[in-house]
Write a protein that binds this ligand. Structure first.
Ligand SMILES: *Cc1c(COP(=O)(O)O)cnc(C)c1O
Length: 342
């Protein structure tokens, strides 16, 4: 396969148009046959449910070239399931796991020239989404939907080495109890933009959100879950809450911590006032896998994480190496984690 002439190490996390995307329409109560198209623009009603009432949900996953040249995706069945739960909550038709994965396979095989080579640090980012494209003027579910999946090559998340980030305890809330925090809905991101701008203007990379009801417990950032490592380096703790988005990276890391590194793992409510007791703090998500946090700013004080601002702590480093080793086919993963596309 002749790869596109792209400088893989210098591309960032942005949209690069590729040759094909997958599209499938739902109307008159059923999914039509889907397929690839080279049209990267969509034309919809000015009154579409997505435009008027934000009826849309999305997913994000990565496709890699492994050491032996296979093209693989990491646990795409979990992305399919999470999209199904987003669809149920937003009253949109669901795509079966089987159809989701065959769309992924078709999309990637048609865009093989854009899969960054093994070792480049770059990956092919996949963006599946479903939105209401039919007209609604009263508040109601849209009469029709498009399921679409495109891909774009993205560069290494950390150029020139992993660097700890600085985050800020936000005055805003991300998700209400019994709200939509546990689904990947566009609306959760729309309302996070303002708080995100405030954090960036103040000189921080991300917002840290607490539970909206009591402002006592740690939830997550705008787009990543937290994991914490205890001072003895033996236990990985992650917050438990119904309003956190269930990160596939975080769920996988907890399994890796327990089964590959022999660490204790705990998913439980984590009080904000406990955070100072941990030795390492990490953010997990598909984009960076793990970003180390070096500093947490609050109005009262700055919490300096013991692992510091220079490098990622030892336990998070080991976790990151192990999971990326599994993703890249250098370490044998649990059954079913690595989906081979070709
Ligand atoms: C997508 C997302 C994550 C990370 O989930 P992954 O499946 O690991 O990519 C975490 N938090 C929020 C709010 C998200 O939208």
């Amino acid at each position: 396969m002749v790869k596109k002439d792209i400088d893989w190490s210098s591309i960032g996390f942005g949209y690069i148009r590729t040759d094909y995307r997958y599209s499938r329409i739902w109307k008159d109560g059923k999914w039509e046959e889907g397929g690839l198209t080279d049209k990267s623009e969509v034309t919809i009603s000015e009154c579409a449910g997505v435009l008027q009432y934000a009826q849309t949900g999305f997913e994000g996953l990565k496709v890699y070239e492994t050491k032996n040249g296979d093209i693989v995706a990491f646990r795409p069945d979990l992305n399919a399931q999470r999209l199904q739960s987003t669809c149920r909550r937003l009253v949109m038709p669901e795509i079966s796991t089987e159809d989701f994965i065959s769309a992924l396979d078709e999309l990637v095989r048609a865009n093989l020239a854009y899969v960054p080579p093994f070792g480049s640090g770059a990956t092919l980012y996949i963006r599946p989404f479903i939105y209401g494209c039919g007209p609604v003027i009263g508040v109601a579910p849209s009469p029709s939907y498009e399921f679409r999946m495109f891909c774009t090559p993205v560069g290494p998340y950390f150029k020139g080495g992993v660097r700890p980030i600085r985050i800020m305890l936000s005055d805003f809330d991300r998700a209400a109890p019994h709200g939509t925090g546990d689904i990947k809905a566009g609306l959760n991101y729309a309302m996070s933009l303002y708080a995100g701008e405030m954090a960036h203007k103040a000189g921080y990379n991300e917002n840290m959100y607490l539970d909206a009801a009591t402002r006592t417990y740690v939830e997550e950032t705008g787009g990543a879950n937290f994991i914490f490592v205890t001072r003895d380096g033996r236990k990985v703790v992650t917050p438990k809450s119904d309003s956190i988005l269930p990160s596939i990276t975080r769920r996988s890391l907890m399994v890796v911590a327990r089964d590959y590194l022999g660490l204790e793992v705990e998913e439980r409510p984590v009080r904000f006032d406990e955070v100072e007791d941990f030795a390492e703090v990490g953010l997990c998500g598909t984009a960076a896998v793990i970003s180390p946090v070096g500093l947490i700013h609050t109005k009262e004080k700055d919490i300096l994480v013991p692992s510091g601002m220079e490098e990622m702590g030892p336990v998070l480093t080991k976790l990151r190496e192990t999971i990326t080793g599994i993703q890249m086919g250098e370490i044998e993963g649990p059954a079913g984690w690595v989906h081979r596309i070709c």
